[in-house]
Each structure stands twice: as structure tokens, then as C-alpha cells.
Design a protein around this ligand. Structure first.
Ligand code: GCU
Length: 138
């Protein structure tokens, strides 16, 4: 099974907006988290098999300050206050990879801002082995 990209702008967005006002995103835009703790993006992904799976977030953070987020799978936090440190500017994207436990079939991966500044701008998440057919965009 191939790595599969899930675009943030196609995910469930709570306290955030889909935006296109910076360059370098993939898909049709990115999610601009509202500057508030608790804002989140939730992806429904289709893991190929159960087990520890690398999940890679592509994000931008044009501030000088970390934008940490909790990562949860199906409602359980699997990584707390994961660091999404500054990138050079809002047009510069970086990746953050976390190994998370997934069950086969379907999983809801949620990234929730844990600081008052909200999350970074989020372009997509890549799941190492998933059964969806969407080809990874580069
Ligand atoms: C700026 C930037 C946004 C970003 C926001 C933030 O307004 O243009 O893309 O989301 O800062 O602080 O989160």
C-alpha cells in the first residue's frame, strides 16, 4: 500500500478556515487555525493494516513561537503538545512525523491546538500505508 495524502482543506475543520493567501501549499489550499486553544482539524484516514504508522504533517508557522498540538486517534490522545516550530515564513512549509498506533480500516486523526495562538497553518497529512487511492501530491 502506498503512502496517501489527505488534504487539510478536505478534512473536518473546527475553529479554522480554508485559506490560499500564502504560496507553496498542495491541493487547493490549507487550513488556517483560528488563534484559539482547542481549534482542530480531523482527518478520516484508511490505514492498510493495524499497527504503528508514520503520520507526517505538512505545516507552516511564520511566527517565532511554537504552535504545539495534541494528536489523537479515535478520541484518544497519542501524542501531547507535539511541537510545530517556526518556519522561515508563512510560505515555507516543513514536515513533522509522528508514529501513531492505528487500527485497520478507518481512523480519525485529530490535531488540536494546545496554545492560545492556535495551530500552525496545516497543508496536509500523509499516512505511510493507507488504502485510499489518492496519489500523494508533491
Ligand atoms: C497570519 C497569517 C495566517 C496565519 C496567522 C496565524 O495572519 O497570514 O496565515 O494563520 O497569521 O497567526 O495563525
Amino acid at each position: 500500500f502506498a503512502a496517501t495524502d489527505y488534504q487539510a482543506e478536505d478534512a473536518t475543520v473546527v475553529q479554522g478556515t480554508v485559506a490560499t493567501n500564502h504560496t507553496g501549499y498542495t491541493g487547493t489550499g490549507f487550513v488556517d487555525y483560528t488563534n484559539v486553544k482547542g481549534s482542530y482539524v480531523e482527518f478520516t484516514v484508511r490505514p492498510a493494516s493495524a499497527g504503528t504508522t508514520a503520520v507526517t504533517f505538512r505545516y507552516a508557522n511564520g511566527t517565532a513561537t511554537d504552535r504545539p498540538m495534541d494528536l489523537s486517534v479515535d478520541g484518544t490522545v497519542v501524542a501531547s503538545a507535539v511541537s510545530f516550530p517556526a518556519t522561515a515564513d508563512w510560505n515555507t512549509w516543513a514536515t513533522k512525523t509522528i508514529d501513531v498506533p492505528l487500527t485497520a480500516g478507518s481512523a480519525k486523526i485529530r490535531a488540536t491546538a494546545t496554545s492560545a495562538a492556535g495551530g500552525p497553518n496545516l497543508d496536509r497529512v500523509r499516512v505511510d500505508a493507507a488504502t485510499d487511492s489518492q496519489a500523494p501530491s508533491r
